[in-house]
Design a protein. Structure first.
Length: 320
C-alpha cells in the first residue's frame, strides 16, 4: 500500500510541473521578408523562436538563388544574425553582405551550395550568451574573483549562472537545428554543418565545434575576441581559452578551423595571440589543409571590414 501511495504522489507531482514547449509542440511560421534588401536569394524570418534553454530570439534563414527541393544544402549557423544581410535595418548601417558574397561564390561553382541560419543576438544578453563558461573555469579562483568584482560594478547580479553559452549551444543543437533540418532541404553529416561568427561570436563558434564535434565539422572565427572582456595588460583570460583548446580540440582528421584578425580598433589587441593559437593547433596535428589563422593588416573590428574578406572563410568552409 505504501509503495502504491508513493507512486501516486510522484505521478501527481510530475503532472504539476510546468510544461516546456518543444519544437514538436509549437508550429513555427518562417515568413519571407519581401522588404529585405538582398542581392540574391530569399530571406525568411521567425520573429520569436521559443526555447527551453535561452530567451526567445529572432532567427533568419537565407536560401540561395534557385533553391530547390530536389537538392540537399549545407548549412552555416551564424551569430549576430541581425547584421548579416541588410544594412538598411542595422544599428550602424553596416552588414556582412552574406547574400552577396555567398551568391557570387556559388556562381563560380567553387563551393558547395549552402543555407545561412542567422541567429539574432539580444544586446543585453549577448556577451554571456557567447562567453565559453568552461574556459572561464580554467582561471584561478583569484582571477575569477577579480573579474567578478569588475563586472559587478556595472552588473550587480552577475554570477556563474550568468554564463549562458552552454544553454545557447543547447538551443542551437537541440531545438533550432532539428527544426531547420525538418523544414529545409539540408544535407546530413558534420561536413555539411558549420558555425561562424565574429568577435564574441568567434569565441562561441570555437566553443560550439569543440563541445559538439559530432554536429559541426568546421568553424569560422572572425576577429576572435581572445581577451574575453575588455583588453588589459596581464589578462589571464586568453590563456584560459588556450587551455580549453588544448583539452578539447576535435580531431584534425575530421574538423577544420578558420581564424583571422585585423590590426585596428579592437582588433589591434589580437595579433599578440597569433603565435600561441598557431602553436596549439600545430601541436594537435592541424595543418594548412584544415587550419587558418590569417592577419589582415589595416582592417578594423567592424562589419565593413569583415564583408571585404568574407569570401575567404566561406571558401574555406564550403570548398568542394
Amino acid at each position: 500500500m505504501r509503495i502504491f501511495l508513493i507512486i501516486i504522489t510522484l505521478a501527481l507531482l510530475s503532472s504539476c510541473k510546468p510544461k516546456i514547449e518543444t519544437e514538436k509542440e509549437v508550429k513555427l511560421d518562417a515568413k519571407e521578408l519581401t522588404t529585405a534588401v538582398l542581392a540574391a536569394g530569399k530571406l525568411y524570418r521567425i520573429d520569436s523562436f521559443p526555447s527551453a534553454f535561452v530567451a526567445p530570439r529572432t532567427v533568419d534563414i537565407w536560401t540561395p538563388e534557385n533553391y530547390s527541393e530536389d537538392k540537399k544544402y549545407a548549412v552555416v549557423y551564424m551569430h549576430d544574425g541581425q547584421s548579416l544581410f541588410d544594412a538598411t535595418t542595422t544599428w550602424n548601417s553596416e552588414e556582412w553582405k552574406v547574400d552577396e558574397t555567398a551568391s557570387q561564390l556559388m556562381k563560380t561553382d567553387s563551393i558547395t551550395e549552402f543555407i545561412v541560419v542567422g541567429i539574432h543576438s539580444i544586446s543585453e544578453l549577448r556577451h554571456f550568451d557567447y562567453f565559453p563558461r568552461k574556459a572561464f573555469l580554467n582561471l584561478s579562483q583569484k582571477d575569477q574573483d577579480s573579474i567578478f568584482n569588475n563586472v559587478k560594478e556595472t552588473k550587480p547580479d552577475f554570477s556563474m549562472e550568468s554564463f549562458k553559452a552552454d544553454d545557447y549551444l543547447s538551443f542551437i543543437v537541440n531545438e533550432l537545428k532539428p527544426w531547420i533540418d525538418k523544414n529545409y532541404h539540408t544535407a546530413t553529416g558534420i561536413n555539411n554543418n558549420m558555425v561562424a561568427g565574429s568577435s564574441m561570436g568567434g569565441l562561441i563558434s570555437m566553443y560550439a565545434i569543440c563541445e559538439y564535434p559530432s554536429v559541426f565539422g568546421a568553424a569560422a572565427c572572425i576577429s576572435t575576441h581572445w581577451p574575453g572582456f575588455m583588453p588589459k595588460e596581464q589578462n589571464p583570460m586568453p590563456e584560459a581559452f588556450f587551455q580549453y583548446l588544448r583539452k578539447n580540440l576535435p580531431s584534425p582528421k575530421t574538423h577544420r578551423f578558420y581564424f583571422d584578425f585585423g590590426t585596428e580598433t579592437l582588433d589591434q589587441y589580437y595579433p599578440q595571440y597569433e603565435i600561441p593559437v598557431n602553436t596549439i593547433f600545430a601541436e594537435k596535428g592541424y595543418s594548412e589543409e584544415n587550419f587558418r589563422n590569417l592577419k589582415f593588416e589595416g582592417t578594423d573590428h567592424s562589419e565593413a571590414s569583415w564583408q571585404k574578406r568574407l569570401d575567404i572563410p566561406f571558401t574555406f568552409l564550403f570548398k568542394k
